[in-house]
Design a protein around this ligand. Structure first.
Ligand code: AMP
Length: 372
């Protein structure tokens, strides 16, 4: 079976690496002009001229990033199975549609309002009560196109800095930590849930994911499973879906979803019985899902900006290095290291030991280190 992947970055690369053992072949369709997957056949098409050519070479289509025109996915879906469905893309591309769907499905969100001018942003900030986070409705990711307002008087400056005609204004959530749940749904509707991960960001970029999230109450995992299952079923979704959440003293609050394999699931390559990448390939190919149980305790460390001393990391007996074949540039995701351990205590020192060889890594902070 030939799988067509829209996008040709590291997520596509890892999908292919997981798909080859199942005898899948891959064709990547790249609109950016700088594919990095480094595997399979790549069609570079900045002007959208070779979509038919791409389609003729594949049996099924999936995607590795969500910022592609919904019309492209819809056009493809008329000819070949496209998983996940174009509606999932549409919802994820628009924060207003996304939060509305969450609300309809009973998934808790921060209180929010829409603003389409500096004045309405100020009014929303007054009604919700500051601090609030204003985010552009579309085209935002990794904290870009956002402003935190500590007082309604900051509305004018916030509006200017976002520079977008429509923004969602959210009440600032006082969370204990950020977590995510990754689930996969098969063509026959079977669903499997990975153990949730605890995620630490630095300067808007994910740095560390620990899975299973330490000290997570069973009912919290169950709540997250209920929420993501509601989304999967509503969208008649096939493939891997990620839901990013805040854990608060009142329970989980949803932030956003991603219709694809996710950075907070990279731990699953060695840390789970079946990785998120293999399960995505299984699902979009119409196969049964694989076991999602954790093999032990994992922490994923992102390699950002510079590679550091990879050879020293390769010497560590508990570290698994994954490089994306990309050049160094500040803030760029170049690879990740998965650390495995039998106890959280052991995990912490192993992560610290590894992170010292990654010069761009912030100090390892998590719920595990906070207690000590
Ligand atoms: P996003 O682009 O929506 O994922 O937001 C990027 C980051 O901003 C999140 O990972 C949070 O750390 C923070 N953030 C976003 N929305 C809120 C909110 N309503 N309250 C508090 N922090 C937020």
């Amino acid at each position: 079976m030939r799988i067509g992947v829209l996008g040709a970055g590291q997520l596509g690369r890892m999908l292919a690496l997981a798909g080859y053992p199942l005898a899948k072949t891959f064709v990547f369709y790249d609109m950016s002009g700088s594919p990095s997957a480094g595997l399979g056949e790549v069609i570079i098409d900045r002007e959208g001229k070779y979509l038919d050519d791409f389609l003729s070479r594949v049996d099924r289509v999936t995607y590795e990033f969500e910022h592609l025109p919904v019309e492209v996915a819809e056009k493809l879906a008329k000819e070949k199975p496209v998983h996940p469905c174009p509606r999932a893309l549409q919802v994820c591309q628009n924060r207003e549609a996304e939060k509305t769907l969450f609300g309809e499905l009973g998934i808790p969100t921060p209180d929010w309002k829409i603003a389409d001018s500096a004045e309405s942003l100020k009014a929303a900030a007054e009604e919700l009560g500051c601090p609030v986070v204003a985010k552009s409705i579309t085209e935002g990711y990794d904290g870009k196109g956002q402003a935190v307002l500590k007082s309604p008087d900051e509305a004018e400056a916030g509006w200017e800095s976002i520079g977008h005609p429509r923004v969602i204004v959210e009440k600032f959530v006082n969370f204990h930590r950020e977590v995510s749940i990754i689930a996969v749904r098969a063509e026959d509707g079977d669903v499997a849930f990975y153990p949730m991960a605890e995620n630490t960001h630095h300067e808007g970029i994910l740095r560390y994911s620990i899975a299973p999230a330490p000290g997570l109450a069973k009912h919290v995992q169950e709540d997250a499973e209920r929420y993501i299952k509601a989304l999967l079923n509503e969208l008649n979704y096939v493939g891997v879906l990620t839901l990013e959440l805040f854990e608060t003293s009142e329970g989980l609050v949803a932030n956003e979803m991603a219709p694809r394999v996710h950075n907070s699931g990279h731990w699953s390559i060695e840390g789970a019985m079946t990785s998120q990448f293999e399960n995505h390939i299984r699902a979009v190919s119409g196969h049964p899902l694989g076991n999602v149980d954790a093999r032990g305790l994992s922490c994923m460390i992102n390699i950002i900006g510079e590679h550091g001393d990879i050879d020293r990391i390769l010497e560590l007996p508990y570290a698994h290095v994954h490089l994306y074949n990309k050049g160094e540039r500040p803030g760029r995701k170049l690879g990740h290291v998965n650390i495995l351990a039998d106890s959280y205590e052991e995990l912490v020192w192993r992560v610290r030991n590894c992170a010292q060889f990654l010069p761009g890594s912030p100090e390892f902070k998590s719920s595990l280190t906070a207690k000590g």
